[in-house]
Design a protein around this ligand. Structure first.
Ligand SMILES: [Fe+2]
Length: 429
């Protein structure tokens, strides 16, 4: 369970290669997430967008088997040749695969068999990692580890979606949330940025996904950002003011989405005797007015901003503002498993930029100038998804801490909201 997750930083034991230590750490963290799941919990698929926990466990393992072991180990014998078909996600270069909407049909292999698959691949990988790697090999293994961390987050958001379908509303982690420090949070305020000709994008120092680069210049007019993400209290006002019923606040696609789906509140919200409750990884909980709102779509974020008389930040504004901040916050290792109120009463500063909720931006997910996908099959990782999706920034309460950075570009379709998605307002200065 998350409370037993390994610490975010990895200190390799003496004489153990750093990449091996990182490998052990990330793989163990994934398994800690499923320690209390039954085979049934890990098998059922609640919607096409979500995958069973068992599939996440196997697919992240397949990634190492397919792209590292099969390529590197002479005469490598796959643990099970059929897993290449079952656990390939979307790699056309690898070949045919089991259809995504039918991942929940895989009652076999069992959870135990999938865990045994992980163990067999881990043995082979750890043997390989005892030897020195070329830069290219090390980069591929590091990609596999960051890929696995992405799936750790997806595993938790998919479990939340699955458990939310159950009328019993089971808690993934039943322990009560640690009491929030009772200090008043700083009042949200506008913070001004001069902008100008600035640089964004990853500079190539340390790991980044290919879509985070190249680093390049953009011009930003002076702008303002809200010090805090939008809170549930602010969202109550939007609802009470008829925000979900006012066509003029919504983009055309958004209004159709609201009408077709009867949307009246963020995902997982439920009105009980005049009070809003929400399904969380800790079961049904009252909606906390001071916490950032979460499980909202891009359409909702955009409509809220219009209602508030402002707009969403662009991804360049967000990154420019975040570039000098420490990437610290409420991440999965903290064990809260949901967004929390700001715990520091710090005026005049950006708060909660990292962790808590992914923040929708007004920027479409597009290639940066000069973008080239990575070579080989892993070139399918990011570039081919640059159509019709919007960028989110900053990580969430279920993101591993070592996975996030200011240049990180997450992306989802405008209607999707089962991730821990939230919003921070921007405006012209
Ligand atoms: Fe994947």
């Amino acid at each position: 369970m998350p409370t037993s997750l390994l610490p975010a930083s990895v200190v390799p034991p003496p004489h153990e290669p750093a990449l091996l230590a990182q490998y052990r750490h990330v793989r163990a963290a994934t398994e800690a997430l499923v320690a209390d799941l039954s085979d049934a919990d890990a098998t059922v698929q609640s919607m096409d967008d979500a995958s069973p926990a068992k599939w996440h466990l196997a697919h992240t393992t397949w990634f190492f088997e397919e792209f590292v072991l099969a390529a590197r180990v002479p005469d490598y014998e796959p643990v099970d040749a059929q897993y290449r078909y079952l656990f390939n996600s979307y790699y056309e270069a690898v070949g045919a695969r089991h259809p995504r909407p039918r991942r929940g049909m895989l009652t076999r292999p069992t959870l135990d068999e999938v865990l045994a698959y992980r163990e067999a691949v881990d043995d082979a990988m750890q043997e390989l990692l005892q030897a020195a790697q070329t830069d290219e090999e090390a980069a591929l293994i590091e990609l596999g580890l960051h890929h696995e961390q992405q799936h750790q987050e997806l595993l938790l958001t998919d479990i939340l979606h699955l458990f939310a379908q159950n009328p019993l509303k089971p808690a993934y982690a039943p322990e009560p949330i640690a009491p929030v420090i009772a200090e008043p949070r700083a009042e949200p305020e506008w913070l001004r940025f001069e902008g100008g000709l600035v640089e964004i994008g990853h500079d190539g120092e340390g790991f980044a996904f290919d879509c985070e680069g190249p680093r390049h210049r953009v011009f930003l007019a002076p702008f303002q950002l809200r010090s805090h993400p939008v809170s549930n209290r602010e969202w109550f006002e939007f609802i009470e003011d008829g925000g979900y019923g006012s066509a003029g606040l919504w983009l055309s696609d958004g209004w159709r989405w609201v009408c077709d789906n009867g949307i009246e509140a963020p995902q997982y919200w439920e009105a009980r005797e005049g009070t809003w409750w929400q399904m969380t990884l800790r079961g049904m909980q009252p909606v906390d007015p001071e916490s950032p709102v979460t499980h909202i779509s891009f359409f909702e974020a955009d409509a809220f901003a219009r209602w508030a008389g402002c707009r969403l930040p662009t991804e360049a504004e967000w990154e420019h503002a975040a570039a000098r901040l420490p990437a610290t916050g409420n991440f999965v290792e903290g064990g809260a498993l949901r967004p929390l109120p700001d715990r520091q009463n710090t005026a005049g500063a950006l708060r909660q930029m990292f962790g808590d909720v992914w923040e929708w931006t007004g920027s479409a997910y597009l290639p940066y100038p000069g973008f080239r996908p990575s070579a080989g099959a892993v070139g399918e990782y990011n570039g081919k998804f640059m159509s019709s999706q919007m960028v989110l920034r900053g990580g969430s309460c279920v993101t591993p801490e070592s996975h996030i950075r200011a240049t990180y570009r997450n992306f989802f379709y405008p209607h999707q909201r089962w991730q821990f998605t939230g919003v921070r307002l921007a405006d012209e200065a």
